[in-house]
Design a protein around this ligand. Structure first.
Ligand code: OOG
Ligand code: NI
Length: 267
């Protein structure tokens, strides 16, 4: 598996769930823009065969390096940022849910899902686009999870698939601010996630970001009920250089904490 095959598979899986991303990317290319990705992100459970620790070797095998860990106390998440083998490739951000910190009821639901995963689930990189490795939960279980952790609810139905791609504003030729891209995206008819502000971060923390609100799609739950759910969103990022002139490579926990909310239930 080389990085170009890896990203082709992931992008194809992503645009099936996130038609808005294909529309936005296409509209930028129509204007002659250079669309490069700043980073992509995945979500997983800290129990079972697809934990961060078992996924990491797949990322390292692509030439990525560990950069920095992050912790989100309110959302019960740990995460790791990885830097790519070459600067034209996106960084990777993987977060995992501390399942044992949820209520006994939610843990029981999640363990039923996690228990269905084959032991060799993370044997190769296709785990990142193959789709959910367990049967859909019931709508009642999904709602219960969402009341406690929107992240758990999202992961229970979408599975370990890419959560977002992120356009690098640094690489754009015709726009230089996050706010410019926000306006462009809104003019195409998509909504920006305003939680924590329409532009999160600042030049002082060396990273400014924004994201759309996730696309929604009809999803069939275990009981045959069909409901609209949030799928995935598109993110936009602008990085700054530090005092030594080095482009910042990390993430900003305070901003990330709000970006996670881009997949919250919308209705
Ligand atoms: C990841 C949210 C954090 C960032 O760039 O800080 C993030 C997620 O929603 O899974 O993407
Ligand atoms: Ni992101």
């Amino acid at each position: 598996m080389n990085t170009s095959e890896f990203y082709q598979q992931i992008w194809q899986d992503y645009i099936k769930m996130t038609p808005q991303a294909e529309a936005i990317e296409g509209a930028l290319r129509m204007r002659g823009e250079t669309v490069l990705n700043d980073h992509i992100a995945f979500r997983t459970f800290n129990q079972g065969p697809a934990r961060l620790a078992t996924l990491e070797p797949l990322i390292l095998a692509l030439g990525y390096k560990r950069f920095e860990p992050y912790y989100f106390a309110g959302k019960k998440l740990d995460a790791m940022g990885y830097t790519p083998p070459s600067s034209d490739l996106p960084r990777i951000f993987i977060s995992e849910l501390r399942v044992e910190e949820l209520s006994a009821e939610s843990q029981a639901v999640l363990q039923r899902l996690i228990g269905q995963m084959p032991v060799d689930t993370a044997a190769d990189a296709s785990v990142f686009w193959r789709g959910r490795a367990w049967l859909a939960p019931t709508f009642a279980d999904y709602k219960m999870l969402a009341a406690e952790s929107e992240y758990a609810a999202w992961l229970s139905i979408i599975g370990l698939r890419v959560n977002h791609f992120t356009i690098s504003i640094n690489a754009l030729a015709q726009m230089s601010e996050v706010a410019d891209l926000n306006e462009f995206v809104e003019a195409l008819g998509f909504n920006i996630n305003a939680s924590g502000g329409r532009v999160k971060g600042s030049p002082a923390v060396l990273l400014e970001q924004s994201s759309t609100l996730a696309s929604t799609q009809e999803f069939e739950f275990a009981d045959g009920d069909r409901h609209e759910v949030s799928t995935c969103y598109y993110e936009f990022a602008k990085r700054y250089c530090d005092d030594a002139g080095q482009l910042y490579q990390g993430f900003v926990a305070a901003s990330a904490d709000k970006i996670f909310e881009s997949t919250d239930s919308q209705g």
